[in-house]
Design a protein around this ligand. Structure first.
Ligand SMILES: [Zn+2]
Length: 297
């Protein structure tokens, strides 16, 4: 099984188009310590031929161009055989619009997300006669048809931003999803959003050889501290990397490879010479980057 990180940043990417923070400025200037990153998506394949995308990033066109494994092999063709939608946020579905040139593939998603696609006429550009919609349910494994078994996993989360009731000060708790992908006796889990690493989450993640996990913020209030916004990580539905309830502490005993993705541009671990990066690596975690390839033999 192969995993390819197509995009490792949170919504907005790195640098973010309208952000002049120190991190984004370094990335924009081409500083080697601050590698630019596109919005999150991880591709998984059993044979290196047919790929399942976990998440349809708004940067999908760029991601396809930058990764030879995603290039067509014939006159009209794509190795992208399927897309699983784990988030109904814009950064999780907008990339579908890039895949609209009369190409057959399958969309796997919970019924609630398929309904959002149905209600928005833009997505009708993906002809249902060519692009099959497959409704999947959390905890129920499905065969993708190209050598991978896919299971949707429930994660604690919040409702998509555009569906929020803006008058509420606290996040509207809702289920978000991760994807467990199995092939060739190996298992990868992609969990770009998780509001808290509960005991139930730890149980859900058990047995994976590699875990791509929510690395949005290093500390819960870093966006407020940096003057970038008023929301804490908790408010956005993302557990922080550091802290007693953070991912480093709660996933310490997880035995597989642990790779952070969905990294926000405010997160200091993006900078390769930062103390925070050193802390993460000393704890046995990796900071994902675009083009990162993980082979599970
Ligand atoms: Zn920034």
């Amino acid at each position: 099984m192969k995993c390819l990180v197509l995009g490792s940043a949170a919504g907005g990417g790195f640098p973010q188009w309208n952000c002049g923070c120190r991190h984004c400025a370094l990335a924009r200037a081409g500083d080697p310590r601050a590698k630019p990153r596109t919005q999150v998506s991880v591709a998984v394949s059993a044979d290196g031929e047919s790929w399942l995308l976990v998440g349809a990033s708004p940067d999908l066109r760029q991601q396809i161009l930058e990764n030879p494994a995603m290039a067509p092999r014939r006159l009209r063709d794509s190795p992208i055989a399927g897309v699983v939608l784990v988030s109904a946020d814009i950064d999780g579905i907008a990339g579908l619009l890039v895949l609209r040139e009369q190409q057959a593939f399958r969309i796997f998603a919970p019924a609630s997300t398929l309904r959002i696609l149905e209600e928005n006429r833009l997505f009708a550009s993906l002809d249902p006669a060519l692009v099959e919609r497959v409704a999947i349910e959390a905890g129920v494994p499905v065969e993708t048809g190209f050598g991978l078994t896919l299971t949707l996993l429930e994660m604690p989360g919040k409702v998509p931003l555009y569906h929020e009731d803006r008058s509420l000060a606290v996040a509207q708790a809702a289920v978000t999803y991760a994807a467990r992908v199995e092939g060739g006796g190996r298992t990868a889990i992609v969990a770009p959003a998780c509001a808290a690493v509960t005991d139930r989450v730890l149980e859900t993640l058990r047995g994976a050889d590699v875990l791509f996990f929510d690395g949005t913020l290093f500390t819960d209030d870093e966006m407020i501290e940096a003057g970038l916004g008023q929301k804490t990580g908790r408010r956005m539905g993302h557990v922080s990397v550091a802290g007693p309830e953070g991912a480093l502490a709660r996933l310490a005993a997880f035995p597989g490879r642990k790779i952070f993705v969905h990294i926000n541009n405010s997160n200091p671990m993006l900078l390769e010479d930062s103390e925070e990066r050193a802390v993460v690596e000393r704890a046995g975690f990796e900071v994902g980057y675009d083009g990162m390839s993980v082979e599970l033999g």
